[in-house]
Write a protein that binds this ligand. Sequence first.
Ligand code: HEC
Ligand code: HEC
Ligand code: HEC
Ligand code: HEC
Ligand code: HEC
Length: 229
Amino acid sequence: MSTLDDQAKESTDEAAVESTEAIQDNGTGGYIILFFILGFIASLLVGWIAFPMALYSKKEQPVAFNHALHMDEVENGCESCHFFRDDGSYSGVPKLEQCIECHEEVQGDNENEAHFVSEYVEKEREVPWLIYSKQPDCVFFSHAAHVLKAKMDCVTCHGPVGEMESLPVYEENRITGYSREVWGKNIAGLKKNSWDRMKMDDCADCHKESNNKVTSVQTEKDACFVCHK
Ligand code: HEC
Ligand code: HEC
Ligand code: HEC
Ligand code: HEC
Ligand code: HEC
């Protein structure tokens, strides 16, 4: 009995010694942990802030355009400027001729309007708008299939662009040349809203969900040609 007690006592003593050693160790251990935390923070800063900043170059749109203001001025809503042609193709961003009826001459004392009129309307130059949702050339996308046939809302894919008072900054990926809208603002590729990202998987995920409607996807398992021509 007594020997067992002694052994138990001895082992608690050992444990006590070990724990005091551990406390003394904390001197260097603490630094190691501190270095680890600093290193971790530094890599987070690089990964989440410095890398995306280096990866994307910011570009300004040639003209500051205000969607919200124009929605009060036009008669046919979005279709006044973005419409389907008779052959079913989509007009996309408007051409100068769609602006001229109202901006033949400067109407207000707004410097953005003055810049637009003097640089583009008077010189008869098309505005080289940067396209946020621009997909690579190998991708085929049809607005008619989504908007006319599937009756989808612009917001599902573009977010609330049509209600904005100013244009978002355009960001171009220095390596791929793609707009940041394709990969999304979140560097890890996470998304909260349906319009946060428009990579191949995002198109495909929605096509899978609406499988009975996307005819070619239903019949052909790997129908690459649905989106690649
Ligand atoms: C008076 C003309 C006009 C009207 C009306 C208008 N837009 Fe636009 N829209 C533009 C111009 C000009 C651009 C190019 C600048 C830009 O990227 O915003 C544009 C660009 C866009 C883009 C960006 C496409 C891309 O990927 O770069 C979206 C999305 C869009 N419009 C949606 C809408 C929606 C939705 C409405 C209706 C709520 C609407 N627009 C009404 C003129 C108009
Ligand atoms: C139905 C008439 C109408 C059409 C069509 C129209 N605009 Fe305007 N636009 C206006 C009015 C009204 C204003 C406000 C005038 C002001 O205060 O300068 C304005 C303001 C502007 C401004 C200055 C606004 C700002 O917030 O900086 C720009 C730039 C502009 N328009 C560009 C365009 C472009 C580009 C198009 C063609 C895609 C277009 N507008 C088509 C009526 C129109
Ligand atoms: C299913 C998703 C989806 C829906 C719904 C959708 N778009 Fe788009 N839109 C896109 C994609 C993807 C592109 C880029 C296409 C490309 O680069 O080939 C685009 C491009 C555009 C452009 C720029 C085209 C250009 O290059 O000139 C405009 C403007 C636009 N969309 C407006 C709209 C409007 C307005 C609506 C609602 C009536 C709408 N879109 C609905 C996905 C969508
Ligand atoms: C939120 C849902 C959704 C997203 C996102 C989406 N699509 Fe679709 N797509 C559909 C639906 C639904 C149809 C079927 C329309 C119909 O025929 O009724 C369709 C049809 C198509 C078609 C025509 C297919 C056929 O069989 O004729 C093409 C091409 C296409 N999508 C390409 C794309 C591309 C490229 C993207 C991504 C840039 C994309 N789609 C994103 C829902 C989506
Ligand atoms: C639902 C539409 C859709 C289908 C189906 C689809 N893709 Fe894509 N694909 C895209 C879109 C959108 C992009 C551009 C965005 C990106 O890089 O994710 C793309 C990009 C690519 C790229 C990269 C091209 C580049 O220039 O970066 C390759 C390679 C590719 N797809 C191959 C395939 C193959 C192989 C299949 C068939 C197994 C396929 N895709 C089916 C929509 C689709």
